[in-house]
Design a protein around this ligand. Structure first.
Ligand SMILES: O=C(O)c1ccccc1NCC(=O)[C@H](O)[C@H](O)COP(=O)(O)O
Length: 411
């Protein structure tokens, strides 16, 4: 019988090989800090290479002059399996991903590349906001949200203390197997809002698809206060939800989402009703609102544009939608947006398919009381949003193919 010897550092690898270990597993998780780093296997494997000990290629049968090298922990998607397969690792060990999976058999097929997951580059964002306790944060992280919002805005019934925010940050970090804020490098500066926000949207999805990020929501608060709270609580991102303007987003100490407020829609005008009236593609009011939004979205400051409803001076957590035609038009101009305001598990799908938005944000639509989330509704919202994202990806792909076919026919 051959024992599997687990190592995490260069030194441990040296000891294991010198002792004659033939099956060596590199744990990507540091068991002292619980921090996860998939590069650990690659780094520690170099020690074996430097000692002239080759490892077994997964496609060949084992010979005793080679070690069987395994990558342990942190494997969450087929791209991770591929990464280790490419470097010739013989085995991967997967625990947490299968424990969290609703359908472990399907999860294994997905890891092996036999099921078709949405590639990260095509994924979209879901934010659940107004979280006030660690139990809700855990529920939302487990349900698969990308962003978890905590509110510092004065007067909000969902406002949290710094201590509570710190506890929520710790819970979300532990879920994502990290113990520090996620650093996201901004894209290169550009003259184009579309280019800037598209680059940021890819970065946000990439940074949050394994591990949710915590967003602190502020409203017209002094910048020193924001920066202090960011540093003291460990927030990953900020959301400026007042009249701060775009430029302020570059001053927060971490990347910031900028909210642009759109007045609440008149009843019945939340979505498609303004389209195709009298041959006009969009209502004049939606067009001018979209232009206003675009004018407020210069490049090089914010990490994203979040459109939310304002009603009679109230901004945030209104539970009311705005005219989604506005979001659709801003997206068509090339600027990806996150749509907030009055979303719930029953209307999120229509919103996603209609607006083709990059992201959605919900707060009161999944609450059972102000500041208290309903776990069943959170789960349902996530399922509906993800389903809609899948349908939208399929729809956009089909449209692209049809367009290519048409172009081919014209030539
Ligand atoms: O939710 C609040 O109480 C709030 C108060 C002040 C500023 C912002 C606030 N919420 C920020 C959000 O991002 C909400 O998710 C967004 O407004 C949507 O809320 P809802 O319409 O309830 O889904």
């Amino acid at each position: 019988m051959e024992p599997l010897v687990e190592v995490h550092t260069d030194e441990e690898m040296t000891i294991a090989l010198e002792a004659g270990a033939r099956v060596v597993g590199v744990n990507n998780r540091n068991l002292h800090t619980f921090e996860m780093d998939l590069e650990t296997t690659e780094r520690v494997a170099l020690v074996a290479a430097a000692m002239g000990v080759p490892w077994q290629n997964p496609t060949e049968s084992w010979t005793r002059d080679r070690i069987v090298l395994s990558a342990l922990s942190g494997i969450t998607g087929p791209e991770d399996v591929k990464r280790f397969e490419t470097m010739g690792v013989s085995m991967v060990l997967v625990g947490e991903t299968l424990m969290r999976a609703e359908d472990p058999a399907k999860a294994i097929r997905t890891l092996l590349g036999e099921e078709d997951p949405t590639p990260v580059s095509e994924q979209r964002l879901v934010k659940v906001c107004g979280v006030t306790n660690v139990e809700d944060a855990s529920t939302i992280a487990t349900a698969g949200a990308n962003l978890i919002g905590v509110i510092f805005a004065e007067g909000s019934p969902r406002r949290v203390t710094e201590k509570r925010a710190r506890d929520i940050v710790k819970t979300v970090q532990a879920f994502g197997e990290r113990n520090s804020p996620k650093h996201i490098e901004p894209p290169p500066q550009t003259d184009s809002s579309a280019e800037w926000f598209q680059a940021w949207s890819r970065k946000l999805v990439e940074a949050s698809h394994r591990t949710p990020l915590v967003v602190g929501v502020f409203q017209n608060q002094p910048m020193e206060e924001i920066r202090r709270i960011v540093a003291e609580t460990g927030l990953d991102l900020v959301q400026l939800h007042g009249d701060e303007g775009m430029e302020a987003c570059a001053e927060c100490g971490v990347p910031a989402l900028r909210v642009v407020h759109v007045p609440a829609a008149a009843p019945g005008e939340e979505r498609v009703e303004s389209v195709l009236v009298g041959g006009e593609r969009a209502s004049p009011s939606a067009k001018s609102r979209a232009e206003e939004v675009l004018a407020q979205a210069p490049p090089n400051f914010a990490a994203g544009v979040l459109l939310d409803t304002s009603v009679k001076g109230v901004k945030g957590g209104t539970g009311l939608p705005f005219d989604h035609e506005v979001a659709k038009l801003v997206g068509e101009a090339g600027v990806p947006v996150i749509v907030a305001g009055g979303l719930d598990p029953d209307n999120v799908e229509v919103c996603v398919i209609f607006t083709e938005s990059f992201g959605v944000d919900v707060s009161s639509g999944v609450e059972e009381a102000k500041g208290v989330k309903n776990p069943g509704e959170v789960k349902r919202f996530m399922e509906q949003a993800r389903l809609a994202h899948k349908d939208l990806t399929a729809k956009l792909k089909q449209e692209e193919e049809e367009e290519e076919e048409e172009q081919g026919e014209r030539i």
